[in-house]
Ligand binder design. Structure first.
Ligand code: NAP
Length: 259
């Protein structure tokens, strides 16, 4: 069997970093004397992972870091062409986008309509939605070479229109709902052009990362996962995704969520 490659985007974050560690922990290793090429007859995996503002410390012989701002189309195009030769030898098995923003120093989720600002809506759509389509555009040829590839983005249950019972958080909800629509639309196009790829939107569950930190006080402890636990759930979920299940929205435990 040939080696598989993984691309984890946003691996400087809590969930992305834990997913990289989870893949490296469970996939076969390179042989003791690795050849220079991945096109060997072993089943070793290789993980490409991206960071944005601060390079993570994790090092591993089967891991290569790349700096990437996902809002920059040309940076994604450059990464895709840099990895092209590599992936002709060993196909891209999973591309998982773990990037997301909910708040920062000058941006907080809106409690009500009075707090809505156009700039915040645009910023969150630019980061939480559009990059998945740019990644799909530039990595489409890489994914096409695998017989059962996964193209997944970590979305959020609060992006489900049908499940919205509490209101609030306009810009984050809108950015994730737009992301979900982008992924569903992509899955329809790729059903024809990339029938071997499963496109998936993933809800990770509430996970103890910087993103959820200000909102964790109301979450019962058994419903607040460590990043490692969430990564384990997502790893198992994606390992079971077949191309025939493309175009769906999954919770971490395998429950299918309404769009
Ligand atoms: N944690 C939860 O409870 C929860 C629940 C539901 C959904 N989610 C979703 O899960 C995903 C992962 O979130 P997390 O909890 O792991 O949050 P996190 O630890 O804050 O990670 C988010 C990552 O996104 C990166 N990022 C932001 N802007 C970027 C850009 N322009 N280019 C490249 N990377 C960028 C950040 O890098 P820098 O810091 O370097 O900018 C950070 O590494 C997000 O999509 C989030 O919406 C999380």
């Amino acid at each position: 069997m040939n080696a598989s490659q993984y691309l984890i985007v946003g691996a400087g974050g809590g969930i992305g970093a834990a997913l990289v560690a989870r893949i490296l922990a469970s996939e076969p290793s390179l042989p003791p004397e690795p050849s220079s090429s991945l096109a060997t007859d072993n089943a070793a995996c290789f993980v490409h992972a991206t960071w944005h503002r601060r390079k993570p410390e994790l090092e591993h012989p089967q891991l290569r870091w790349h700096q990437l701002d996902v809002t920059d189309d040309s940076q994604i195009a450059n990464l895709a062409s840099e990895l092209q030769a590599d992936m002709q030898q060993a196909p891209l098995h999973w591309l998982v986008n773990c990037v997301g923003v909910l708040h920062h120093e000058t941006l907080q989720p809106e409690k009500n309509l009075r707090a809505v600002k156009a700039a915040a809506i645009s910023e969150l759509i630019d980061i939480n939605c559009t990059p998945s389509l740019l990644l799909a555009k530039h990595f489409a040829p890489h994914l096409k070479q695998h017989k059962a590839a996964v193209f997944a983005t970590v979305s959020a249950k609060v992006g489900s229109i049908e499940d919205n019972r509490l209101g609030g958080w306009y810009s984050y909800r809108m950015s994730k709902a737009a992301l979900n629509m982008a992924l569903k639309t992509l899955s329809i196009e790729w059903r024809r052009t990339h029938p071997g790829v499963c496109v998936a939107a993933l809800h990770p569950g509430t996970t103890a990362t910087g993103l959820s930190e200000p909102f964790q006080h109301n979450v019962p402890s058994d419903q607040l996962f460590s990043s490692a636990k969430t990564a384990d759930y997502l790893y198992r979920l994606m390992s079971n995704l077949e191309p025939s299940a493309s175009g769906r929205f999954w919770a971490f435990d395998g429950e299918e969520l309404p769009w």
